[in-house]
Write a protein that binds this ligand. Structure first.
Ligand SMILES: NCc1[nH]cc(CCC(=O)O)c1CC(=O)O
Ligand SMILES: [Zn+2]
Ligand SMILES: [Zn+2]
Length: 329
């Protein structure tokens, strides 16, 4: 089966069907990022992300049950391995006993209606903390990187992920992942959401704290986009669509509303996601604390801007708040 033949991966689930065309703010537009660690009983505060924690698999029921009751429709999982042995190829990423694979099957069992997306990247699992496999000189080795990422994505899909979301920014990984999903018979069962336009941003700091994924040397500027590079972002959006992405994402969100609008114009027939990243969330909290604005009002203004620019799906740490706020609104 050819990449251009596959449409069903993008609407295999009632929720992914709802993302195929809708504009006003609803609960189903929010996807909640969650950090899963390998101590099954963990519930540990993340100081730089107000209200967010690292969770162990045994705590997921108590943590998410009340949110699902309030209308939580989807989550995106990030693994935070603290005790395992990291290596050059990120072996723990798809360890069947590791936190992510365990969380996928636990959540599928506990919450049959919850849509489970999983971040696909190697930085949380490599000894060097970069998002791909490296050459001896520390530069990215693209071929083995995309091979490994595709293998990890297929293992998440096999474990029951409704959606895999590569955030690594290696060239060619969307095509490699889509092809591998098709070969495994999962092409029409799993959505591929590409972090297509992901910029090298200062706004990832709290996340790197939370996930322990800061690179041990250098930075990510050779694979994440330069903040001023609108042209590269447009090319990446078009490339990833051609390579088989079902959903296009822009990240961060607020400083890149023009890119969201570009995505909506370039690929009007795809759902457009944006990620209100850890630094955006922390910044809105800090501003509210300093008396610059009221938290809730600013949070609404930020996501309304994203929807106005063309986003149909928002990844946000404010998701639990919006489940309350949208009831009150
Ligand atoms: N591939 C790693 C990854 N996946 C999601 C985020 C950021 C999310 C956030 O800041 O909330 C990052 C950070 C990075 O690229 O260093
Ligand atoms: Zn990464
Ligand atoms: Zn990632």
């Amino acid at each position: 089966m050819d990449i251009s033949s596959i449409l069903q991966g993008g609407y295999q689930h009632p929720l992914s069907r709802s993302w195929q065309g809708r504009r006003q703010l609803t609960k189903s537009m929010f996807m909640y990022p969650i950090f899963i660690t390998d101590d099954p009983d963990a519930s540990v505060e993340i100081p730089s992300l107000p209200g967010q924690r690292r969770w162990g698999v045994n705590k997921l029921e108590g943590f998410l049950g009340p949110l699902v009751q309030k209308g939580l429709k989807s989550v995106i999982l990030f693994g935070v391995p603290l005790t395992c042995e990291k290596d050059h190829r990120g072996t723990p990423a798809d360890d069947p006993n590791g936190p992510v694979i365990q969380a996928i099957s636990t959540l599928r069992r506990l919450f049959p209606s919850l849509y489970i997306a999983v971040d696909v990247c190697l930085c949380e699992y490599t000894s060097h903390g970069h998002c791909g496999v490296l050459h001896e000189d520390g530069t990215i080795n693209t071929e083995p990187s995309v091979e490994r990422l595709a293998e990890v994505a297929v293992n998440y899909a096999k474990a029951g992920a409704h959606c895999v979301a590569p955030s690594d920014m290696m060239d060619g990984r969307v095509k490699a992942i889509k092809t591998a999903l098709i070969r495994s018979g999962l092409g029409n069962k799993c959505t591929l959401m590409s972090y297509a336009a992901k910029f090298a941003s200062s706004l990832y700091g709290p996340f790197r704290d939370a996930a322990g994924s800061a690179p041990s040397f250098g930075d990510r500027k050779c694979y994440q986009l330069p903040p001023s590079a609108r042209g590269l972002a447009r090319r990446a959006i078009q490339r990833d669509t051609a390579e088989g992405a079902d959903i296009i994402m822009v990240k961060p969100a607020l400083p890149y509303l023009d890119i969201i609008a570009d995505a909506a114009q370039l690929t009007p027939d795809h759902p457009i996601a944006c990620y209100q990243v850890s630094g955006e969330f922390a910044m809105i909290h800090a501003g509210a604390k300093a008396g610059v604005y009221v938290l809730r009002t600013m949070a609404f203004e930020s996501v309304e801007g994203m929807v106005r620019a063309g986003a149909t799906l928002i990844l946000s740490y404010f998701t639990p708040d919006f489940l309350d706020w949208l009831d009150e609104a």
